[in-house]
Design a protein around this ligand. Structure first.
Ligand SMILES: Cc1cc2nc3c(=O)[nH]c(=O)nc-3n(C[C@H](O)[C@H](O)[C@H](O)COP(=O)(O)OP(=O)(O)OC[C@H]3O[C@@H](n4cnc5c(N)ncnc54)[C@H](O)[C@@H]3O)c2cc1C
Length: 418
């Protein structure tokens, strides 16, 4: 027997040669899609919505899965995938843009789910560029700003960031300290922002800062503006194939025409954030689906004690539990999305679905990781990447605890944030 690994030295070859035949591990096939709709929740999806979903699935299979492990491991940002999302009209997160067909909230959710089933960094490109930046301009921009920015951001020809979080204000971003001071023909921005996806890739940032009236306003800031400096945050354990930036704003001049007129108070910022919470819940379903699929396939192929893992009652019970949890998440996102399409989704419901789905997905990923044994920590077997990436979605767009406090306020009528 010979080994084909270029790294195998004489010792490694000798060790393999000493193994009896039949002890070489098979090449597991783990990324094929399985039937993962036990409650038939997707059976009634419209043809238009299914068109978006199918396009997302082909993109994942053909363009994401073949390359993503390498980018993730090297912590490189495959910006070409962001542009492809734009070309395929998968970047908009349901935001209406002139010249584009209607994209329902359900279609946006299915895209978020499917892309996350492939990879969390690529899904976060949608969350940042479409969900947050594009939506900010659509919700708060003037007619001229919409004409200038929406088509380019939707197409992925202009990169876009949403800069709200600060080093000292995360969950309490309502208390942000960056300032906007009036000057001739515009404003001067000062402050710092942390964790800003796409903040250092050379595009436009929607920066949230406090005006002299004490209220939070939104500003469109090209990233090559003098005084705007952004450093890529290094050493991340999650979402390694997309970059977040630490931004410093040092007297950055923003002309009047780049002030978002519809962003008058933090309530306008919160409106954008509310819309994206549901998208994160869909992402969690995608991550959980990938982990479940991998666990089932591995359990069928991995033989221990002379039989596949899948023949063990305990393993079957674990798979059943995972499928039951997955179905629960699916039912919840579909119902909340129907409410969203009717304009009826409340902040408490958006928090409930994000809270439930991210924490459930975290459990499914952990269970799947364990079922794969040592192979569960290998990037090539994809569960480890999802497990790590879920840690980020568990935190961004409002941590699990923040969602719990919103739900708790709804239950009790008492705010317990401070
Ligand atoms: C990968 C990634 C990408 C991101 N992308 C962006 C982006 O593009 N743009 C952007 O603006 N931001 C972005 N963020 C920031 C994100 O929204 C914040 O990380 C998040 O809001 C939490 O803030 P924090 O990290 O400062 O944690 P903190 O607010 O410091 O929270 C730390 C812990 O304390 C808990 N906690 C806080 N307050 C309370 C309380 N009152 N009671 C009980 N517990 C509490 C939290 O739940 C959490 O467990 C990103 C973050 C990550 C990790």
């Amino acid at each position: 027997m010979t080994t084909t690994s270029p790294d195998s030295g004489p010792t490694a070859t000798a060790a393999v040669d000493n193994f009896p035949l039949g002890t070489v591990e098979p090449d597991y096939v783990l990324t094929d899609a399985l039937g993962t709709d036990p409650a038939s929740v997707f059976a009634t999806i419209s043809d238009e919505d299914r068109g978006y979903w199918d396009r997302a699935r082909s993109f994942v299979q053909d363009e994401v899965l073949p390359v993503i492990d390498g980018y993730w491991e090297r912590a490189e940002y495959p910006l070409q995938l962001l542009r492809r999302l734009g070309e395929l009209d998968l970047l908009r997160d349901g935001v209406e843009v002139d010249g584009y067909p209607a994209m329902s909230s359900m279609a946006a959710g299915l895209v978020n789910m499917e892309i996350s089933r492939g990879d969390g960094s690529v899904a976060t490109m949608i969350a940042v560029q479409g969900g947050l930046a594009l939506r900010s301009v659509a919700e708060c921009g003037s007619a001229e700003q919409k004409e200038r920015w929406l088509p380019a951001i939707a197409a992925g020809t202009e990169y876009a960031a949403f800069a709200l979080t600060e080093p000292t204000h995360g969950s309490d971003s309502v208390a942000l300290e960056s300032t906007a001071t009036a000057t001739d023909g515009g404003y001067l921005l000062n402050g710092e922002k942390k964790w800003i996806g796409n903040g250092s890739v050379g595009g436009v940032s929607v920066v949230w800062a406090r005006g002299e009236d004490g209220q939070v306003h939104g500003y469109l800031v090209p990233q090559d503006s003098p005084g705007y400096s952004a450093t890529k945050i290094e050493g991340k354990l999650a979402l390694r194939a997309i970059w977040q930036a630490h931004i410093r704003l040092d007297n950055v001049f923003v002309p009047d025409e780049n002030v978002l007129p519809g962003a008058r108070t933090f309530k306008d910022t919160a409106r954008v954030l509310l819309a994206t919470r549901l998208g994160v819940a869909w992402s969690a379903v995608g991550h959980a689906t990938a982990c479940y699929e991998t666990a089932v396939q591995y359990a069928k192929q991995r033989v221990q004690f002379g039989r596949p893992l899948a023949a063990s009652q305990i393993v079957q019970e674990r798979l059943a539990r995972m499928l039951s949890e997955l179905a629960t998440m699916q039912l919840m996102v579909v119902q909340m999305t129907r409410l969203d399409e009717e304009g009826l989704l409340t902040p408490e419901q958006a928090s409930l679905v994000k809270y439930t789905c991210t924490r459930t997905a975290r459990g499914i990923a952990s269970n799947a990781r364990d079922l794969l044994g040592g192979n569960g920590i290998l990037l090539a077997n994809r569960v480890a990447r999802h497990l790590a990436d879920i840690e980020a979605i568990h935190t961004y767009e409002g941590t699990e605890t923040m969602q719990a406090l919103i739900i708790g306020r709804g239950i009790t009528g008492t705010s317990a944030f401070a």
